[in-house]
Ligand binder design. Sequence first.
Ligand code: CA
Length: 522
Amino acid sequence: MKYAKLFNRFQTPQSAPIPGSNQVRNAAGGFVWTLDRWAVLDRFLILGSESGTYYASPVVLTQENAANVVALIQEHGEKVVLRICEVSLEGRAPRNDPAIFALALCASLGNDQTRAAALQALPYVCRIGTHLFQFAEICNGLRGWGRGLRRAIGTWYNAKPIADLEYQAIKYKQREGWSHADLLRLAHPVPASPSHGALYKWIVDGEQTEPLPRIEAMARLAKAADANEAAEIVRMARLPREAVPTEWLTDAAVWEALLEQMPMMAMIRNLATMTRVGLLTPGSEATRMVLAELGSANRIRKARIHPMAILLAQRTYAAGQGHRGSGTWAPVPAVVDALDQSFATAFDNVEPTGKRYLLGVDVSGSMGMPVNGSPITACEIATAMAMITVGTETNVTPMAFADEFRQLPLSRRMRLDDALRHTRDQNFGRTDCSLPMQYAMKNWLPVDVFVVYTDNETWFGRIHPAQALVQYREAMGIDAKLIVVGVTATACTIADPNDRGMLDVVGFDTNVPTVMREFAIA
Ligand code: CA
């Protein structure tokens, strides 16, 4: 080989670092850049580490992310707490678990101010009983039960209105090895009101000293003579599903009563069950109600329904059978359609930019791994994200790549599950993230914005993606940009941090459409 090839700043094989750059080796053996710590935090908060990646086990990926959070806490603890609150409160992440974990790290390993800020943020990040139990369990493994932590837990209970707290006590009795009784015993708060005191007493000792309407209704429900009586009790006391004995959970009338006051997320999760018991049928009143909810962009955003939740629900519901033998049902076609449409609604809605887009979805072997403790794979996230841009913009060329480039026939009117079928279960091949830029240059295709959806584990190409972009700009005379949609919580990126025409975003962050739009038109 010639020296000119061995050490070239403009065309370097991905198996070597670009001379003079601060590239590092990724898990696949290719060279990429390290994301800055805040961007790594964002990836963690949104994508989580509990599924690991193709290259890293859940333990290793979690250790890396925890180390990143801890390093950030040392310098900017309160800012970390703020970022956690933002992501959690805005519902930008599919799951709240990474935010709870990061908050527990702040509450355990931060300095005095950081720990205080984290405990103050507790009710904002841990909004329901399950979250609080998760937080307690993580803290239990990181720190002692000092006064600050006990007081924060006590405040969590005291600050909740009594009706809300009753609901929590019924709905999330115990999870993660913790119960409300455990936490109330530990925190021992001075009750904020006599009714709080009465509820605490019932939770801890099982004794009732004052009227507790919902809890009394539960006792009546346990003795209900028939389904109609059970449904009436549910309706009057606004009881959640968790308060209903199993024997009534096969009855349409009881589910109808539950549906009337069901939070939207619970509704989306229970679509299959409500269909199986015969409540949701084509044209039924209950179906009309469900369709109205799913069709309301306002309701979806207000309830902070994450698109991933809709994607999961759509997949399961349309299949007509549960994963773990939870029976079969005949999916109502209108509900399947409504879920399909509400997916895009759950993201920020943006105006088209009119720019020319080339979307490159990484379909290499490593993209077939599940992400975020869900059955959704990195590649499905990538495809679903590509569909958002296909649905918004008018000038879009969607393509798929591994070690070669191929057509990806996504279209605006295509259903989401049909779109995903084009990339699902066909992840194989080596990875070359420079292919979208190379393809466009070879075919003289005018592109303003390249979007590459990838885990950034590129290694196979004869040129780095960032170099291919620079070549493309020069050859075409277009100041093209590159947006990298990262779909795993790793710290690497193909985007050159010193090139202002390249941007990193996080797959399944609900902000992505807005951020991408602003970058595209800047
Ligand atoms: Ca790969």
